[in-house]
Ligand binder design. Structure first.
Ligand SMILES: [Fe+2]
Ligand SMILES: [Fe+2]
Length: 417
Protein backbone atom coordinates (compact mmCIF):
# COMPACT_ATOMS: atom_id res chain seq x y z
CA UNK A 1 0.00 0.00 0.00
CA UNK A 2 1.52 3.26 -1.16
CA UNK A 3 0.02 5.67 1.37
CA UNK A 4 0.66 9.40 1.73
CA UNK A 5 -0.65 11.29 4.77
CA UNK A 6 -1.37 14.95 4.26
CA UNK A 7 -2.89 17.94 6.07
CA UNK A 8 -3.78 19.62 2.81
CA UNK A 9 -6.38 18.77 0.22
CA UNK A 10 -4.80 17.93 -3.16
CA UNK A 11 -5.74 20.63 -5.70
CA UNK A 12 -4.86 18.79 -8.92
CA UNK A 13 -7.16 17.27 -11.51
CA UNK A 14 -7.04 13.48 -11.83
CA UNK A 15 -7.17 11.85 -15.23
CA UNK A 16 -8.42 8.36 -16.16
CA UNK A 17 -7.53 7.24 -19.66
CA UNK A 18 -9.97 5.24 -21.78
CA UNK A 19 -13.24 6.57 -20.34
CA UNK A 20 -16.37 6.49 -22.52
CA UNK A 21 -16.34 10.27 -22.88
CA UNK A 22 -12.66 10.62 -23.75
CA UNK A 23 -12.10 7.52 -25.90
CA UNK A 24 -9.24 8.11 -28.28
CA UNK A 25 -8.49 11.61 -26.97
CA UNK A 26 -4.95 12.60 -25.99
CA UNK A 27 -4.28 12.87 -22.27
CA UNK A 28 -2.83 16.36 -22.28
CA UNK A 29 -3.83 17.88 -18.94
CA UNK A 30 -0.71 19.40 -17.38
CA UNK A 31 -1.91 20.02 -13.87
CA UNK A 32 -2.85 16.52 -12.84
CA UNK A 33 -2.31 13.91 -10.18
CA UNK A 34 -1.22 10.54 -11.55
CA UNK A 35 -0.85 7.11 -10.01
CA UNK A 36 2.92 7.31 -10.32
CA UNK A 37 2.86 9.97 -7.61
CA UNK A 38 1.05 8.00 -4.98
CA UNK A 39 -1.63 5.31 -4.68
CA UNK A 40 -3.63 6.69 -1.79
CA UNK A 41 -3.74 10.26 -0.50
CA UNK A 42 -5.23 10.40 3.00
CA UNK A 43 -5.99 13.80 4.50
CA UNK A 44 -6.11 13.93 8.28
CA UNK A 45 -8.86 15.55 10.33
CA UNK A 46 -9.26 15.35 14.10
CA UNK A 47 -12.56 15.29 15.90
CA UNK A 48 -13.40 15.41 19.62
CA UNK A 49 -16.23 12.93 19.12
CA UNK A 50 -18.35 12.08 22.16
CA UNK A 51 -19.93 8.72 21.45
CA UNK A 52 -22.72 6.94 23.28
CA UNK A 53 -23.70 3.33 23.87
CA UNK A 54 -27.37 2.55 24.07
CA UNK A 55 -28.21 -0.15 26.64
CA UNK A 56 -31.97 -0.32 26.67
CA UNK A 57 -32.45 -1.18 22.98
CA UNK A 58 -35.85 0.49 23.02
CA UNK A 59 -37.57 0.90 19.70
CA UNK A 60 -38.76 4.43 20.44
CA UNK A 61 -40.05 5.90 17.26
CA UNK A 62 -41.95 3.82 14.76
CA UNK A 63 -41.36 6.27 11.92
CA UNK A 64 -37.59 5.96 12.24
CA UNK A 65 -37.91 2.18 12.48
CA UNK A 66 -40.08 2.14 9.37
CA UNK A 67 -37.56 4.26 7.46
CA UNK A 68 -34.83 1.84 8.48
CA UNK A 69 -36.89 -1.11 7.20
CA UNK A 70 -37.46 0.73 3.91
CA UNK A 71 -33.73 1.32 3.57
CA UNK A 72 -33.17 -2.43 3.74
CA UNK A 73 -35.95 -3.20 1.29
CA UNK A 74 -35.02 -0.61 -1.33
CA UNK A 75 -31.36 -1.48 -1.58
CA UNK A 76 -29.78 -1.43 -5.02
CA UNK A 77 -26.46 -2.44 -6.52
CA UNK A 78 -24.54 -0.16 -8.88
CA UNK A 79 -22.97 -3.15 -10.61
CA UNK A 80 -26.25 -4.92 -11.35
CA UNK A 81 -29.00 -2.31 -11.48
CA UNK A 82 -27.41 0.09 -13.95
CA UNK A 83 -26.64 -0.65 -17.58
CA UNK A 84 -23.16 0.84 -17.95
CA UNK A 85 -22.75 -0.21 -21.57
CA UNK A 86 -24.79 2.51 -23.21
CA UNK A 87 -22.77 4.69 -25.60
CA UNK A 88 -21.77 8.22 -24.60
CA UNK A 89 -24.57 10.50 -25.86
CA UNK A 90 -24.40 13.37 -28.32
CA UNK A 91 -23.81 16.54 -26.33
CA UNK A 92 -25.63 19.76 -27.09
CA UNK A 93 -23.17 22.52 -26.22
CA UNK A 94 -25.58 25.27 -27.21
CA UNK A 95 -28.05 24.01 -24.67
CA UNK A 96 -25.36 23.83 -21.97
CA UNK A 97 -24.21 27.37 -22.74
CA UNK A 98 -27.76 28.74 -22.67
CA UNK A 99 -28.52 27.06 -19.34
CA UNK A 100 -25.30 28.32 -17.76
CA UNK A 101 -25.68 31.88 -19.11
CA UNK A 102 -22.52 31.58 -21.21
CA UNK A 103 -23.91 31.84 -24.75
CA UNK A 104 -22.80 35.44 -25.23
CA UNK A 105 -19.98 35.52 -22.66
CA UNK A 106 -16.91 36.73 -24.61
CA UNK A 107 -14.32 34.32 -23.10
CA UNK A 108 -16.68 31.43 -23.93
CA UNK A 109 -17.43 32.74 -27.42
CA UNK A 110 -13.69 32.96 -28.05
CA UNK A 111 -13.24 29.19 -27.61
CA UNK A 112 -12.95 27.01 -30.72
CA UNK A 113 -15.38 24.14 -31.17
CA UNK A 114 -12.75 21.72 -29.86
CA UNK A 115 -12.09 23.93 -26.83
CA UNK A 116 -15.80 24.16 -26.13
CA UNK A 117 -16.00 20.38 -26.13
CA UNK A 118 -13.11 20.38 -23.68
CA UNK A 119 -14.76 23.07 -21.54
CA UNK A 120 -17.97 21.04 -21.14
CA UNK A 121 -15.96 17.94 -20.30
CA UNK A 122 -14.34 19.90 -17.46
CA UNK A 123 -17.59 21.50 -16.35
CA UNK A 124 -19.30 18.11 -16.27
CA UNK A 125 -16.37 16.55 -14.44
CA UNK A 126 -16.37 19.35 -11.86
CA UNK A 127 -20.07 18.87 -11.01
CA UNK A 128 -19.82 15.10 -10.75
CA UNK A 129 -16.66 15.40 -8.67
CA UNK A 130 -18.48 17.60 -6.15
CA UNK A 131 -21.23 14.95 -5.96
CA UNK A 132 -18.56 12.36 -5.26
CA UNK A 133 -16.71 14.40 -2.61
CA UNK A 134 -19.98 15.43 -0.97
CA UNK A 135 -20.99 11.76 -0.79
CA UNK A 136 -17.68 10.91 0.86
CA UNK A 137 -18.40 13.64 3.41
CA UNK A 138 -21.85 12.12 3.98
CA UNK A 139 -20.30 8.67 4.43
CA UNK A 140 -17.90 9.94 7.10
CA UNK A 141 -20.54 11.97 8.95
CA UNK A 142 -23.12 9.15 8.87
CA UNK A 143 -20.57 6.82 10.43
CA UNK A 144 -19.92 9.39 13.19
CA UNK A 145 -23.66 9.67 13.82
CA UNK A 146 -23.85 5.90 14.34
CA UNK A 147 -21.54 6.38 17.34
CA UNK A 148 -22.98 9.65 18.59
CA UNK A 149 -26.75 9.27 18.25
CA UNK A 150 -28.12 8.51 21.70
CA UNK A 151 -31.15 6.39 20.81
CA UNK A 152 -31.19 2.82 19.56
CA UNK A 153 -33.29 3.36 16.43
CA UNK A 154 -31.19 6.32 15.34
CA UNK A 155 -28.02 4.25 15.62
CA UNK A 156 -29.45 1.53 13.36
CA UNK A 157 -30.76 4.13 10.96
CA UNK A 158 -27.41 5.98 10.82
CA UNK A 159 -25.68 2.67 10.12
CA UNK A 160 -28.03 1.94 7.22
CA UNK A 161 -27.46 5.47 5.93
CA UNK A 162 -23.71 4.86 6.15
CA UNK A 163 -24.13 1.90 3.80
CA UNK A 164 -26.31 4.01 1.45
CA UNK A 165 -23.61 6.69 1.36
CA UNK A 166 -20.92 4.08 0.67
CA UNK A 167 -22.89 2.97 -2.40
CA UNK A 168 -23.28 6.59 -3.47
CA UNK A 169 -19.52 7.13 -3.26
CA UNK A 170 -19.00 3.89 -5.19
CA UNK A 171 -21.42 4.76 -7.99
CA UNK A 172 -20.20 8.35 -8.58
CA UNK A 173 -16.57 7.22 -8.46
CA UNK A 174 -17.29 4.53 -11.04
CA UNK A 175 -19.20 7.01 -13.18
CA UNK A 176 -16.36 9.54 -13.16
CA UNK A 177 -13.63 6.99 -13.87
CA UNK A 178 -15.49 4.90 -16.43
CA UNK A 179 -17.70 7.46 -18.16
CA UNK A 180 -16.04 10.87 -17.86
CA UNK A 181 -12.33 10.25 -17.24
CA UNK A 182 -11.51 13.41 -15.26
CA UNK A 183 -11.86 14.14 -11.57
CA UNK A 184 -11.70 17.61 -10.04
CA UNK A 185 -10.63 18.36 -6.46
CA UNK A 186 -13.28 19.36 -3.93
CA UNK A 187 -14.59 22.93 -4.08
CA UNK A 188 -12.98 24.79 -1.15
CA UNK A 189 -16.32 26.07 0.22
CA UNK A 190 -17.90 22.62 0.18
CA UNK A 191 -14.76 21.39 1.94
CA UNK A 192 -15.05 24.05 4.64
CA UNK A 193 -18.66 23.00 5.39
CA UNK A 194 -17.62 19.33 5.57
CA UNK A 195 -14.64 20.20 7.80
CA UNK A 196 -16.90 22.06 10.19
CA UNK A 197 -19.42 19.22 10.38
CA UNK A 198 -16.84 16.48 10.74
CA UNK A 199 -14.72 18.18 13.39
CA UNK A 200 -17.40 19.81 15.57
CA UNK A 201 -17.82 18.15 18.98
CA UNK A 202 -21.63 18.64 19.05
CA UNK A 203 -23.27 15.57 17.54
CA UNK A 204 -26.55 17.33 16.80
CA UNK A 205 -24.72 20.05 14.86
CA UNK A 206 -23.24 17.29 12.69
CA UNK A 207 -26.73 15.97 12.30
CA UNK A 208 -28.20 19.36 11.32
CA UNK A 209 -25.29 20.06 8.96
CA UNK A 210 -25.57 16.71 7.25
CA UNK A 211 -29.28 15.85 7.19
CA UNK A 212 -30.64 19.34 6.57
CA UNK A 213 -27.94 21.35 4.76
CA UNK A 214 -25.75 18.85 2.87
CA UNK A 215 -28.65 16.50 2.03
CA UNK A 216 -30.66 19.54 0.95
CA UNK A 217 -27.77 20.62 -1.25
CA UNK A 218 -27.47 17.13 -2.68
CA UNK A 219 -31.15 16.79 -3.49
CA UNK A 220 -31.33 20.13 -5.29
CA UNK A 221 -28.13 19.52 -7.23
CA UNK A 222 -29.23 15.99 -8.17
CA UNK A 223 -32.68 17.08 -9.30
CA UNK A 224 -31.12 19.77 -11.49
CA UNK A 225 -28.53 17.37 -12.91
CA UNK A 226 -31.02 14.63 -13.73
CA UNK A 227 -32.94 16.97 -15.96
CA UNK A 228 -29.95 18.69 -17.60
CA UNK A 229 -27.73 15.68 -18.39
CA UNK A 230 -28.08 14.00 -21.78
CA UNK A 231 -26.61 10.77 -20.34
CA UNK A 232 -29.15 8.04 -19.56
CA UNK A 233 -26.61 6.28 -17.33
CA UNK A 234 -26.35 9.35 -15.10
CA UNK A 235 -30.15 9.77 -15.08
CA UNK A 236 -30.49 6.22 -13.73
CA UNK A 237 -27.76 6.73 -11.12
CA UNK A 238 -29.32 9.92 -9.84
CA UNK A 239 -32.74 8.31 -9.71
CA UNK A 240 -31.44 5.58 -7.41
CA UNK A 241 -29.38 7.94 -5.25
CA UNK A 242 -32.26 10.42 -4.82
CA UNK A 243 -34.57 7.65 -3.59
CA UNK A 244 -32.10 7.09 -0.74
CA UNK A 245 -31.48 10.80 -0.05
CA UNK A 246 -35.18 11.53 0.31
CA UNK A 247 -35.23 8.98 3.15
CA UNK A 248 -32.16 10.55 4.76
CA UNK A 249 -33.67 14.05 4.84
CA UNK A 250 -36.96 12.67 6.22
CA UNK A 251 -35.08 10.87 8.98
CA UNK A 252 -33.19 14.08 9.83
CA UNK A 253 -36.28 16.25 10.04
CA UNK A 254 -38.28 13.74 12.09
CA UNK A 255 -35.51 13.01 14.55
CA UNK A 256 -34.27 16.59 14.91
CA UNK A 257 -37.78 17.93 15.44
CA UNK A 258 -37.89 15.99 18.69
CA UNK A 259 -34.29 16.57 19.67
CA UNK A 260 -34.07 20.35 19.14
CA UNK A 261 -36.90 20.74 21.68
CA UNK A 262 -34.49 19.46 24.34
CA UNK A 263 -31.92 22.24 23.70
CA UNK A 264 -31.67 25.52 25.61
CA UNK A 265 -32.46 28.78 23.78
CA UNK A 266 -28.77 29.62 23.61
CA UNK A 267 -27.96 26.23 22.10
CA UNK A 268 -30.75 26.66 19.56
CA UNK A 269 -29.35 30.06 18.51
CA UNK A 270 -25.89 28.55 17.96
CA UNK A 271 -27.33 25.85 15.70
CA UNK A 272 -29.49 28.38 13.84
CA UNK A 273 -26.46 30.61 13.25
CA UNK A 274 -24.47 27.67 11.91
CA UNK A 275 -27.31 26.69 9.54
CA UNK A 276 -27.56 30.27 8.31
CA UNK A 277 -23.81 30.49 7.61
CA UNK A 278 -23.85 27.17 5.74
CA UNK A 279 -26.75 28.47 3.62
CA UNK A 280 -24.84 31.64 2.70
CA UNK A 281 -21.80 29.64 1.59
CA UNK A 282 -23.97 27.19 -0.37
CA UNK A 283 -25.75 30.01 -2.12
CA UNK A 284 -22.70 31.96 -3.26
CA UNK A 285 -19.71 29.68 -3.53
CA UNK A 286 -20.63 26.33 -5.03
CA UNK A 287 -19.60 27.30 -8.55
CA UNK A 288 -17.01 25.72 -10.89
CA UNK A 289 -14.38 28.39 -10.28
CA UNK A 290 -11.59 25.80 -10.64
CA UNK A 291 -12.77 25.17 -14.20
CA UNK A 292 -12.81 28.89 -14.99
CA UNK A 293 -9.27 29.14 -13.60
CA UNK A 294 -8.17 26.14 -15.70
CA UNK A 295 -9.35 27.94 -18.84
CA UNK A 296 -7.65 31.19 -17.80
CA UNK A 297 -10.87 33.14 -17.27
CA UNK A 298 -11.45 35.95 -14.78
CA UNK A 299 -12.80 33.72 -12.03
CA UNK A 300 -14.92 36.26 -10.17
CA UNK A 301 -16.45 37.68 -13.33
CA UNK A 302 -17.31 34.20 -14.62
CA UNK A 303 -18.73 33.19 -11.23
CA UNK A 304 -21.12 36.13 -11.22
CA UNK A 305 -22.12 35.43 -14.77
CA UNK A 306 -22.92 31.79 -14.10
CA UNK A 307 -24.73 32.63 -10.84
CA UNK A 308 -27.36 34.43 -12.90
CA UNK A 309 -27.89 31.51 -15.26
CA UNK A 310 -30.70 28.97 -15.21
CA UNK A 311 -28.73 26.09 -13.71
CA UNK A 312 -27.47 28.05 -10.70
CA UNK A 313 -30.70 29.90 -10.01
CA UNK A 314 -32.69 26.66 -10.23
CA UNK A 315 -30.22 25.00 -7.91
CA UNK A 316 -30.53 27.85 -5.39
CA UNK A 317 -34.34 27.89 -5.53
CA UNK A 318 -34.55 24.14 -5.03
CA UNK A 319 -32.03 24.30 -2.20
CA UNK A 320 -33.89 26.93 -0.21
CA UNK A 321 -37.34 25.58 -1.04
CA UNK A 322 -36.22 22.51 0.84
CA UNK A 323 -33.85 23.80 3.53
CA UNK A 324 -35.89 26.77 4.81
CA UNK A 325 -39.14 24.87 5.56
CA UNK A 326 -37.10 22.08 7.15
CA UNK A 327 -35.21 24.51 9.40
CA UNK A 328 -38.54 25.99 10.43
CA UNK A 329 -40.02 22.57 11.11
CA UNK A 330 -37.18 21.53 13.42
CA UNK A 331 -37.42 24.81 15.34
CA UNK A 332 -34.31 26.61 14.07
CA UNK A 333 -35.99 29.57 12.37
CA UNK A 334 -35.56 31.60 15.55
CA UNK A 335 -36.59 35.26 15.95
CA UNK A 336 -32.93 36.26 15.95
CA UNK A 337 -31.98 34.44 12.75
CA UNK A 338 -35.15 35.15 10.78
CA UNK A 339 -34.15 38.73 9.72
CA UNK A 340 -30.84 37.41 8.38
CA UNK A 341 -32.65 34.92 6.16
CA UNK A 342 -35.02 37.69 5.16
CA UNK A 343 -32.03 39.74 3.99
CA UNK A 344 -31.04 36.87 1.72
CA UNK A 345 -34.51 37.10 0.22
CA UNK A 346 -35.30 33.46 0.87
CA UNK A 347 -37.87 33.67 3.62
CA UNK A 348 -40.68 33.36 1.06
CA UNK A 349 -40.00 29.64 1.08
CA UNK A 350 -40.77 29.37 4.77
CA UNK A 351 -44.33 28.15 4.38
CA UNK A 352 -43.72 25.56 1.68
CA UNK A 353 -44.20 21.91 2.66
CA UNK A 354 -41.31 20.43 4.66
CA UNK A 355 -39.96 16.87 4.69
CA UNK A 356 -41.34 16.10 8.14
CA UNK A 357 -44.70 14.67 7.08
CA UNK A 358 -43.97 11.39 5.43
CA UNK A 359 -45.69 10.38 2.22
CA UNK A 360 -45.32 6.66 2.86
CA UNK A 361 -46.86 5.68 -0.45
CA UNK A 362 -44.21 7.64 -2.33
CA UNK A 363 -41.42 6.39 -0.04
CA UNK A 364 -42.44 2.75 -0.45
CA UNK A 365 -42.97 2.60 -4.20
CA UNK A 366 -40.70 0.08 -5.92
CA UNK A 367 -37.56 1.31 -7.67
CA UNK A 368 -38.19 2.12 -11.32
CA UNK A 369 -35.56 4.21 -13.10
CA UNK A 370 -37.94 5.03 -15.95
CA UNK A 371 -40.49 6.92 -13.87
CA UNK A 372 -40.84 10.72 -13.84
CA UNK A 373 -39.22 11.17 -10.52
CA UNK A 374 -40.78 14.18 -8.97
CA UNK A 375 -42.82 17.27 -9.59
CA UNK A 376 -39.58 19.22 -9.04
CA UNK A 377 -37.88 17.50 -11.92
CA UNK A 378 -40.87 17.85 -14.23
CA UNK A 379 -40.96 21.59 -13.51
CA UNK A 380 -37.24 21.97 -14.20
CA UNK A 381 -37.62 20.17 -17.51
CA UNK A 382 -40.41 22.45 -18.64
CA UNK A 383 -38.59 25.67 -17.69
CA UNK A 384 -35.36 24.43 -19.17
CA UNK A 385 -36.88 23.72 -22.58
CA UNK A 386 -38.38 27.19 -22.60
CA UNK A 387 -35.10 28.91 -21.80
CA UNK A 388 -33.13 26.97 -24.35
CA UNK A 389 -35.69 27.73 -27.05
CA UNK A 390 -35.76 31.45 -26.14
CA UNK A 391 -32.00 31.76 -26.07
CA UNK A 392 -31.53 29.95 -29.34
CA UNK A 393 -34.26 31.93 -31.05
CA UNK A 394 -32.44 35.16 -30.13
CA UNK A 395 -29.44 34.18 -32.20
CA UNK A 396 -29.18 34.51 -35.93
CA UNK A 397 -26.51 31.91 -36.44
CA UNK A 398 -25.45 28.88 -34.43
CA UNK A 399 -22.37 29.88 -32.40
CA UNK A 400 -20.71 26.54 -33.09
CA UNK A 401 -21.47 25.64 -36.68
CA UNK A 402 -22.20 29.14 -38.01
CA UNK A 403 -25.36 27.81 -39.69
CA UNK A 404 -28.55 29.90 -39.69
CA UNK A 405 -30.38 29.42 -36.41
CA UNK A 406 -33.79 28.98 -38.03
CA UNK A 407 -32.41 25.93 -39.84
CA UNK A 408 -30.95 24.44 -36.64
CA UNK A 409 -34.21 24.97 -34.73
CA UNK A 410 -36.30 23.41 -37.51
CA UNK A 411 -34.03 20.37 -37.39
CA UNK A 412 -34.38 20.10 -33.62
CA UNK A 413 -38.13 20.30 -33.88
CA UNK A 414 -38.25 17.61 -36.55
CA UNK A 415 -36.01 15.37 -34.44
CA UNK A 416 -38.19 15.69 -31.34
CA UNK A 417 -41.47 15.19 -33.27
FE1 LIG B 1 -25.68 10.24 -0.42
FE1 LIG C 1 -27.53 10.99 2.14
Amino acid sequence: MNLQWTDETPRKIQSFAGSDRRKGEPDDIDDKLTNEHVDQVAEIFSTPLTGAYNWDYTIQDNRIKKLYELGKELNWNAEMDIDWNRPWPEEDFEQGAALMNLTDYPPYMALTEEQKREFWLHQNSWSLSQFLHGEQGALLVASQLTSCAPTFNAKLYAASQTFDEARHVEVFNKYIQQRIGLMYPINTSLKSILDKILTDPRWDLKFIGMQIIIEGLALSAFNTARETTPDEVLKDIIYLVVRDEARHVTFGVNYLEEFVKTLSDEEKEERAQFAYEACVVSRERLVATDVFAHFGWDVEEARQRVMEGFVMSTFRDLLFQRVIPNLKRIGLMTDKIRPKFEELGILDFENLPDDGDIDWKAMERPLDVTEEQSAEQAAIKEQMEKIVAERLAQQETCPITGRPMAEVLAEKEAASA
